[in-house]
Design a protein around this ligand. Structure first.
Ligand code: GDP
Ligand code: MN
Length: 407
């Protein structure tokens, strides 16, 4: 009688190993989407968030009068291909219908090639603006030895871009200077665009007129956590500003969102009391008058004097977000859920028929899905709207589905 011969890979221990490999392959092949989804993605899918298209009272037509607005972009000459990609995306999805002007900013003069090639991409006017050195240069009261030391230390801690001085200058300019550029004098609304971004949805209404009619001050698409090592003293410095200027704190502020500890205590502790949640400012549609306000101007001055843009690596996103969350009524901040947008590694992709080429509700293709701060924002909006008896735009449905974090 001959024994049945079982191949080695079907016998323990090889069998268990091959089963594990097979299961992993099946999981990553068929459940990849679920694996990539953040908690915010899941909540949005679960409640099937309703969407109301904004109604505007400004019909398009021959006599169309644009809002007082411009598309603005800080960009380097060497990022020409990247900005052309972004222009094509935005012109196709929005601006070819409205022809808003583009204003490009640079700390160095734009080349003729840059001007020639960007002009070809739009029917709107193009302006090329040099940043005054006093808006860009490292201020003379920055201590260079301390700066060197700080950059070195942040590099050792792995803070992204920490040792790139121009990145610090860029963040400071975007925080406290872009709106002071003479080219923006008299302009009210702006849409900030960076190189190499994508716009996935057809936008058939004028977003600037939307801001005007719905009385919004700031619009965002993506809302994420930050590296607390880059903003260690931002919150303590902000608190000292608020202690001295309590009159600037809005009644309907977004402090729940700014100071939540429950969801990510590690972030909160390392950032000394700041959740690190922020609007991702590579996309912004905003009212310049907010940045020109006395509250923001004094806040920026207070921050700047501490040197935190250089001794730490404060991004313009957390600086903008902290100010918006403190000084503005929550209802003035709008999530442009319907604007499909990608700046790697994060995406805003609504489940709407007007959107193509992005995966609905998927926040990232990478492993950073725990960086999604939208659940906390939904909670904040829900609480604020409920307190004021306003329409919460479906945010309470999501917030309730995530209730375990907030009780
Ligand atoms: P990230 O999005 O944080 O990875 O940073 P980016 O490299 O995209 O920079 C943010 C924005 O600032 C982009 O629009 C860049 O083109 C712009 N930028 C960054 N550094 C400089 C600089 O030194 N000069 C100019 N003109 N633009 C810069
Ligand atoms: Mn960028």
């Amino acid at each position: 009688m001959s024994a049945i011969c079982i191949p080695r890979w079907l016998r323990p221990p090889l069998f268990s190993v091959s089963m594990l490999i097979t299961m992993a392959v099946v999981y990553f092949t068929y459940f990849d989407e679920a694996w990539n989804m953040s908690e915010g993605d899941r909540a949005i899918v679960r409640v099937n968030l309703p969407f109301k298209k904004p109604l505007l009272h400004h019909p398009k037509g021959a006599a169309y009068v644009r809002a007082n607005a411009s598309i603005i972009s800080l960009v380097r000459n060497e990022e020409l291909d990247g900005i052309i990609q972004s222009m094509r995306e935005l012109e196709r999805s929005f601006n070819s219908k409205f022809n808003y002007s583009w204003i490009f900013f640079n700390n160095e003069p734009f080349t003729d090639e840059f001007k020639r090639r960007t002009r070809k991409e739009t029917n709107g006017e193009c302006h090329y603006e040099l940043i005054p050195p006093e808006h860009w240069n490292v201020p003379d009261w920055i201590d260079h030895n301390k700066l060197e030391e700080s950059l070195h230390e942040m590099r050792a801690q792995g803070v992204q871009y920490a040792d790139k001085l121009s990145y610090h200058q860029m963040c400071r300019w975007n925080s406290g200077f872009f709106y002071k550029h003479p080219a923006l004098k008299g302009i009210k609304y702006y849409w900030r665009v960076e190189p190499d971004v994508k716009f996935y949805c057809d936008i058939d209404y004028d977003v600037f007129k939307f801001m005007e009619e719905y009385n919004k001050t700031y619009g965002f698409t993506i809302n994420v956590y930050d590296d607390p090592k880059s903003v260690r003293s931002l919150w303590p410095v902000t608190q000292s500003f608020l202690d001295a200027n309590p009159q600037y704190l809005s009644r309907d502020n977004s402090l729940l969102w700014l100071t939540d500890r429950k969801r990510r205590p590690g972030r909160y502790d390392e950032a000394n009391g700041y959740s690190t949640c922020h609007f991702w400012s590579n996309f912004e549609i905003g009212d310049l008058d907010f940045w020109r306000s006395e509250a923001y101007e004094q806040f920026f001055e207070h921050l700047d004097r501490t040197g935190g843009f250089f001794y730490e690596r404060w991004g313009d996103a957390p600086v903008h977000s902290v100010a918006l969350g403190l000084f503005l009524d929550n209802e003035k901040i709008h999530w442009f859920r319907d604007i499909g947008y990608e700046h790697p590694p994060y995406i805003n992709c609504p489940n709407l028929p007007s959107c193509q080429a992005c995966q609905p509700n998927l926040f990232t293709h990478s492993w950073f899905n725990y960086e999604d701060c939208r659940p906390l924002w939904f909670h904040q909006v829900c609480e604020s709207r409920r307190r004021k008896g306003l329409d919460d735009e479906g945010m309470c449905m999501i917030a309730h589905s995530l209730r375990k974090y907030h009780d």
